[in-house]
Write a protein that binds this ligand. Structure first.
Ligand code: FES
Length: 102
């Protein structure tokens, strides 16, 4: 486990995605209350940025063509079933949002 801080909890807006860059990685971050979900920000279909969507029912819905990805597992719920996005474990530690890049 290799958690890195990506900002304070209040830096992330409820119901709206944010993009965080960590090295060469583009990560989409979504907040629901005190829960943070972090997934790879690049849609595997045609590369749209997933942080631009408002998450719905625990999933990111790509604005490109409507593919849906579980924020918990990264599984593709609508689109190509064999596609998925990477999920980064996230936690809030003393008000800091930390994600595990593995
Ligand atoms: S680019 Fe994401 S669904 Fe097409």
């Amino acid at each position: 486990m290799s958690y890195v801080s990506i900002g304070k909890l209040e830096d992330f807006t409820e119901g709206k995605g944010s993009e965080v860059l960590v090295g060469a990685r583009r990560i989409a971050v979504f907040r629901s209350g005190n829960t943070i979900r972090a997934i790879k920000n690049i849609c595997p279909h045609e590369g749209d940025l997933l942080h631009r969507c408002a998450p719905k029912d625990g999933a990111a819905v790509c604005l490109g063509h409507g593919w849906r990805f579980s924020l918990e597992t990264g599984a593709c719920l609508k689109g190509s079933p064999e596609s998925r996005v990477a999920v980064y474990p996230a936690r809030v530690n003393s008000g800091e949002v930390e994600i595990d890049l593995g």
